[in-house]
Ligand binder design. Structure first.
Ligand SMILES: C[S@@+](CC[C@H](N)C(=O)[O-])C[C@H]1O[C@@H](n2cnc3c(N)ncnc32)[C@H](O)[C@@H]1O
Length: 235
């Protein structure tokens, strides 16, 4: 199915420069279940200046946040991860045309990428905005926010690093709150709670009156929907 995002124009994701596909990554080693450390690869060298602080956006959609954040914060590298091919190509094409060196797009599953590929403690911020709510109970397993995801987010974040979340979806928010409560309470095997919960502060790249300024925020704001937002900071 095509969303017609190119409006007749061929989208150029600039493969190998702006856009990367998980299919081009080396295969997971045979023992990746027993030895997860062996499957890690460092995405920071994919950027022109690999030494900048590194952030990840999960589910970039049309790439509006990635673009705005990249322009507002030239001292930060951000990798957007989008699994829907046409959205990936559209967002990467926008980054290419804007000539941004500090924003890159990965075509693939962000949850898998964080779980198996991202090394420990390299990510300063994970952005998760208007994540698909998968409202039917039998599809809840597809939601990004799960205990396993929060464990992976905790592993890849630097100490003090943040998971930033905004949603419009009441029921998914209640689900998130249940998960946040577990991960902001003392946990066996960890010295105190793994995360500290903080109120959401709006993104520097957002326009006046916005929280983050993504496409979905803009669409839902016009409809007058209320939003929920939180920051979990790694302790
Ligand atoms: C509701 S849209 C929100 C897009 C954008 N964040 C915004 O606020 O406008 C959710 C996006 O996340 C993508 N997505 C959902 N789960 C994903 C995953 N596990 N890995 C990569 N992309 C994902 C979807 O394809 C979709 O583009």
């Amino acid at each position: 199915m095509s969303f017609g995002l190119g409006r007749g124009r061929t989208l150029d994701a600039a493969p190998g420069v702006v856009g990367l596909s998980s299919r081009d990554l080396p295969p997971l080693p045979d023992d990746f279940m027993a030895n997860p450390g062996g499957s890690r690869l460092d995405p920071r060298p994919w950027f022109a200046n690999p030494d900048l602080p590194f952030e990840v956006e999960i589910g970039s959609g049309k790439g509006t946040f990635l673009l705005q954040h990249g322009e507002a914060a030239p001292g930060i590298n951000t990798l957007g991860i989008e699994w829907e091919g046409e959205f990936y190509a559209y967002a990467a094409d926008r980054i290419r045309r804007r000539g941004l060196a500090n924003a890159r797009l990965l075509h693939g599953d962000a949850v898998d990428f964080l779980r198996w590929r991202v090394p420990d403690a390299i990510v300063r911020t994970i952005h998760l905005y208007f994540s698909d709510p998968w409202p039917k109970r039998k599809h809840h397993k597809n939601r990004v926010v799960q205990d396993r995801f929060l464990a992976d987010a905790h592993r890849v974040l630097v100490p003090g690093g943040e998971l930033r979340i905004v949603t419009d979806h009441e029921e998914y928010w209640a689900w998130m709150e249940e998960h946040f409560a577990r991960w902001t309470a003392p946990m066996t095997g960890y010295d105190g709670p793994p995360f500290e919960r903080l109120p959401f502060d709006r993104a520097d790249s957002a326009a006046a009156g916005e929280l983050v300024g993504t496409n979905f925020e803009r669409k839902y704001r016009l409809e007058g929907r209320p939003f929920h937002a939180a920051i979990l900071r790694k302790r």
